[in-house]
Design a protein around this ligand. Structure first.
Ligand SMILES: NC(=O)c1ccc[n+]([C@@H]2O[C@H](COP(=O)([O-])OP(=O)(O)OC[C@H]3O[C@@H](n4cnc5c(N)ncnc54)[C@H](O)[C@@H]3O)[C@@H](O)[C@H]2O)c1
Ligand SMILES: [Zn+2]
Length: 353
């Protein structure tokens, strides 16, 4: 088992192992030191695949098991689902020594995490991520949220789990598009950190080395988040590829998924950074080649003006300026604040029409 220790406002382990869901019970006990009730929160795709394995392991360890299964999808990352989870916790008389177990992708983790964070001011939370994106990104860092009609992740809080347990076997049932979503974020980490992660995913397929790749990505995220748990500075580096990526997602009416859009956003940023003299020409070339290796696109057919308009409505753009994460070389990025007006030029330099 690979184990990464996180020293945030709560200390916990991220454990990565194939077959880990079958030992979820004992690992939960080790991490929480509490035997009581558990509520498994999951979605309609994941629960039929892995719910019983987790429930059985929890029961065998001595836990009482309740379940809350919802449809899943971005529409259900909502106050309505949150309320229904809270109702399940209170009707079953959960207390702060009981545990919410979030089994699924980022949707389950975000809404389940927010319920755990707020019910009785916080009950124990165990994250069992089942998508590559959740393994490398959403289950790490302590952000929980639901969407509001006015935008994504508008209601939430920072709340650290007691344990994150990644079962790499669960990734075998992941649809191809979800695999690529995870790859987009992994390529982002590889550009941020460079070194071995970049060459590992360049030389062999991510699929053949899940545990190593996930361990490296969560270590990178842990280290960045560790310096900025509450997202006021350094954590912005994790937005590499995301400012343009979000605009691309939006312009496509969300038909281009998040990870794919981040990949395109990353390639555009590398081209723009090169054109403006921040990095050498091998950076965009290397990134484009890596995206192609994973069957991902490096350009989208939107005009700079369309992307600019979409980017301006992003919540991360404040006070007439925008923070762009600029690659100087593979493994070295920095945040540059530019005026909103300048972004149009950056988008054009990135290759937008
Ligand atoms: N909290 C954070 O820091 C953070 C970071 C990044 C993203 N997010 C959030 O994460 C969400 C996206 O997460 P996601 O990409 O994991 O999407 P998701 O949770 O919707 O999962 C994607 C799809 O895969 C299915 N699925 C999950 N695991 C499976 C498996 N092992 N086998 C077969 N099917 C499986 C799900 O049912 C779903 O249909 C977004 O809401 C985003 O805002 C949060
Ligand atoms: Zn992302």
């Amino acid at each position: 088992m690979k184990c990464i220790r996180v020293n945030a406002s709560r200390q916990y382990n991220i454990e990565i192992q194939h077959g880990a869901l079958a030992i979820a019970g004992e690992e939960t006990l080790k991490a929480t030191h509490a035997i009581g009730k558990t509520l498994i929160v999951s979605d309609e795709n994941v629960f039929p695949l892995y719910g019983e394995t987790v429930a059985e392991s929890l029961r065998a360890t001595g836990y009482g098991v309740h379940t809350f299964v919802f449809k899943g999808g971005e529409d259900t990352k909502s106050i309505k689902t949150y309320e229904a989870i809270i109702a399940a916790l209170s009707e079953n008389r959960f207390t702060r020594s009981d545990v919410l177990v979030a089994l699924g992708g980022g949707i389950v983790g975000d809404v389940g995490g927010f319920a755990a964070a707020t019910y009785q001011r916080g009950i124990k939370l165990v994250q069992l991520p089942t998508t590559l994106l959740a393994d490398v990104d959403s289950s790490v860092g302590g952000k929980t949220a639901v969407n509001l009609p006015t935008g994504k992740n508008q209601l939430g809080c920072f709340y650290q789990p007691s344990l994150v347990l990644c079962d790499t076997d669960a990734l075998n049932t992941l649809p191809e598009a979800e695999y690529k979503n995870g790859c987009g974020e992994i390529i982002k980490y590889a550009v941020l950190a460079g070194g071995e992660l970049f060459s590992m995913i360049e030389n062999a397929d991510i699929r053949t080395q899940y545990a190593d790749v996930i361990a490296r990505c969560v270590t990178i995220k842990r280290d960045i988040v560790g310096e900025d748990e509450f997202d006021t500075g350094r954590r912005r580096l994790l937005n590499l590829g995301h400012t343009f990526g979000h605009a691309i997602e939006k312009c496509s009416g969300y038909s281009i998924p998040h990870g794919a859009a981040v990949g395109i956003g990353l390639a555009m940023m590398c081209r723009a950074a090169h054109k403006r003299g921040y990095c050498a020409s091998d950076v965009p070339e290397k990134v484009e080649k890596l995206l192609a290796k994973y069957g991902m696109s490096d350009a989208a057919d939107f005009t700079a003006q369309e992307l600019y308009n979409a980017a301006l409505s992003d919540k991360k753009i404040a006070g007439g300026s925008v923070s762009l994460v600029i690659p100087e070389k593979i493994g070295c990025c920095h945040v540059l604040t530019v005026s909103c007006g300048d972004m149009l030029g950056w988008l054009k330099d990135g290759g937008a029409r």
